[in-house]
Design a protein around this ligand. Structure first.
Ligand SMILES: NC(=O)c1ccc[n+]([C@@H]2O[C@H](COP(=O)([O-])OP(=O)(O)OC[C@H]3O[C@@H](n4cnc5c(N)ncnc54)[C@H](OP(=O)(O)O)[C@@H]3O)[C@@H](O)[C@H]2O)c1
Length: 237
């Protein structure tokens, strides 16, 4: 159980982060969720109830991240699921768009680990987020695959440098979360169906599948420097 544990979830207003917040609160934790949109944070905080507090934060801004950790107080665990990702043909995608991907998903997690580490109590842990594009080459995912690979590598090095704080990385496959809502519903369902058919698990993932893995990483004090694949076997296909 997680009674009297304080957990910050940057990216906790949606998808995997929100579901993780729900699950750790169920186990007795107090949660601080952070993301850019005040409206999304408010809706998430209402859903989560009095054990959650919300903080507006853009992880691409190093000063904001620093200030967040100055204000947030002591923590037991830090989870960084914040990211806005995009894909597209390597030759046709503007380089600036790929740089934005690094700004958001790589540098956001880098800053969070850098300023969050000092706030973590003994026995604390950091969980970062990579993704299957780092482990399975996919057309249209050149920059995303590179960002995810960079995060996985960062996590392993930080497990050495920040020890005894434990640092692990979760690598989701195709997970049904609001991050995929930009795609029209019909196309999305077709994609889910096509991918599910090829996966060893024969289905796509849910936010709950990934949150369960984050909970395992919080609880197991002998696990550090790992990349946990929650992808239904996608990288093997
Ligand atoms: N879903 C999948 O299929 C999948 C697959 C592979 C990897 N992943 C990875 O899993 C993680 C969680 O994804 P998800 O599907 O749960 O996404 P999601 O539902 O879109 O949630 C992402 C969260 O990040 C926040 N966010 C985005 N950019 C931010 C920034 N610069 N600063 C602060 N907060 C920011 C968003 O809120 P605001 O908009 O309010 O900022 C939101 O709360 C991400 O790292 C994602 O790349 C997901």
């Amino acid at each position: 159980m997680l009674q009297s544990q304080r957990i910050a979830i940057i990216g906790g207003s949606s998808g995997i982060g929100l579901e993780t917040a729900r699950q750790v609160i169920e186990q007795g934790a107090e949660v601080v969720i952070a993301s850019r949109s005040e409206a999304k944070l408010q809706a998430a905080a209402n859903q989560l109830g009095p054990a959650a507090s919300a903080y507006v934060l853009d992880t691409t801004d190093e000063e904001q991240v620093k200030l967040f950790f100055e204000k947030v107080g002591d923590l037991n665990h830090l989870i960084v699921s914040a990211a806005e990702t995009s894909g597209g043909s390597f030759l046709q995608t503007e380089s600036a768009r790929s740089r934005e991907l690094f700004e958001n998903k790589f540098w956001g997690q880098y800053y969070a680990a850098k300023y969050g580490a000092a706030k973590l109590a003994d026995g604390g842990s950091i969980t970062l987020f990579s993704g299957v594009a780092a482990y399975k080459a996919m057309a249209g995912s050149a920059a995303l695959g590179a960002v995810n690979a960079a995060v996985s590598n960062l996590g392993q090095t930080l497990a050495l440098e920040l020890a005894p704080i434990r640092v692990n990385v979760v690598s989701p496959g195709i997970i049904d979360t609001p991050s995929r809502s930009k795609m029209p519903e019909d196309a999305r369902n077709q994609l889910y169906h096509a991918v599910a058919g090829k996966l060893p698990a024969k289905r796509i993932g849910s936010a709950s599948d990934v949150a369960l893995c984050v909970l395992y990483l919080i609880h197991n004090s002998f696990v550090t420097g790992t990349v946990q694949h929650v992808d239904g076997g996608h990288r093997l296909t």
